[in-house]
Design a protein around this ligand. Structure first.
Ligand code: SF4
Length: 396
């Protein structure tokens, strides 16, 4: 368990208060995208392929703080683009901390070391460093050699200076479980507080059986990786969500649990899909046809999805919904004994499976129903195009 007690307590109080108020839909983590610019050009990235006039735009400090107040989530994740390219990112973080929100600043860490002086170590601030594996896997994934080494050096420097540091990793079908487990060891050696995992996002025009197999493959991959767990590994996310990835429990999607706000407004319905935008968070809640989303809805774009932005809030909700959910969380945290599984252990001896790769969470550029606020669609607007199996330099 790596989430500090004060943060767990804040989340527990918040979720309990929402339940006592009878709120059916409440946000847990605000996904705040202050800009889409980035200093990397990962193959297929749907963010950096926006036209230049969109890439130049960014949210102001006031807009970011207002969105956080409006939504009320106790945690704020700041992805991008690369947030450290925002000239006022330090002021945004300070303002969010002043509101007593737990901030996860997601970064590729290439600019982290030289920007550390702009931030004060705090229990409210975590640098969440994007690393998709060890050197070979990560440099390949981001299409630039030397990125892993630079990010690792920044991680170690931030840890040395007393900042909270986690990693966030997107795993794709075809990932080698042995290499992923070696990556976990390396991150623990580097001193990170915990690791976050999510499968890539896949949407392919395929028959239902194919969709089913997609989810089954995801579960098998995570079961091989997360069974027979080493005691030293720490994960900065819900243990029930990890069990969901391993196929030990099932959840419905909770897309409102991690709402996205960016320069276009509140994105419908989730971080991955762009079916229009709402002006206010309340409008997002009331005007989105939520029943049309999630695996059970039959929406083909949701058929293979198991990503953390859709399902981690479901796991947290489960924890606080009943004594059974609370007990399951306690058992997963303290009594799982590393999830022993001889079959998974044996699978680690075999060569990694090959096959189509998923399209990563951060690179999806789905079709939007209408261009927000008069803006044109981004260049890779066809979700279908972005989601076709691709063979690029990154192997994605
Ligand atoms: S299942 Fe995935 S793509 Fe569909 S609404 Fe949920 S998070 Fe979004």
């Amino acid at each position: 368990m790596s989430v500090p007690f004060s943060q767990m307590w804040t989340v527990a109080r918040y979720v309990t208060a929402q339940k006592l108020r009878g709120r059916q839909r409440y946000p847990l983590v605000l996904m705040l995208e202050p800009l889409f610019r980035c200093n990397l050009t990962c193959a297929g990235c749907g963010k950096i392929q926006y036209p230049p006039h969109i890439l130049k735009r960014q949210l102001s400090v006031a807009e970011c703080l207002r969105a956080a107040e409006e939504c009320g989530a106790p945690m704020v994740s700041i992805p991008g683009g690369e947030p450290l390219l925002h000239p006022e990112i330090d002021a945004i973080v300070r303002g969010l901390i002043k509101q007593k929100r737990y901030v996860y600043l997601c970064t590729n860490a290439l600019l982290l070391a030289k920007n550390l002086h702009r931030f004060v170590p705090s229990k409210y601030l975590t640098f969440s460093v994007h690393l998709d594996g060890l050197q070979r896997e990560h440099d390949s994934a981001v299409c630039r050699e030397g990125t892993y080494a630079a990010a690792l050096a920044a991680v170690q420097e931030a840890v040395r200076r007393g900042y909270r540091v986690t990693t966030n990793t997107t795993l794709f079908e075809g990932a080698d479980p042995v290499a992923v487990r070696a990556f976990f060891d390396a991150m623990m050696d580097a001193g990170v507080e915990g690791m976050m995992l999510s499968p890539g996002y896949s949407y392919e025009k395929a028959p239902d059986q194919e969709h089913f197999l997609g989810r089954a493959r995801t579960r098998r991959l995570f079961n091989h990786i997360l069974s027979n767990r080493r005691r030293r590994w720490r994960f900065n996310q819900s243990p029930l969500f990890l069990e969901f990835l391993m196929g030990r429990r099932s959840y419905a999607c909770t897309p409102w649990g991690m709402p996205t706000y960016n320069i276009f407004g509140w994105q419908k319905p989730c971080y991955l899909l762009q079916d229009g935008y709402a002006e206010t968070f309340q409008e997002l809640l009331t005007s989105t046809a939520w029943e049309q989303y999630g695996t059970e809805s039959g929406n083909p774009r949701c058929a293979n999805c198991m990503v953390h932005s859709g399902y981690e809030a479901s796991a947290v909700h489960d924890t606080f919904s009943s004594l059974a959910g609370m007990w399951a969380t306690i058992r997963a945290t303290f009594f799982s004994r590393g999830y022993p599984d001889p079959a998974a252990l044996e699978a680690l001896q075999r060569p990694p499976e090959s096959g189509r790769r998923f399209v990563g969470v951060q690179i999806s550029a789905p079709r939007r129903a209408s261009a927000p606020r008069g803006e044109p669609d981004p260049a890779p607007a066809s979700h279908e195009a972005a989601a076709e199996p691709v063979a690029d330099a990154a192997g994605r």
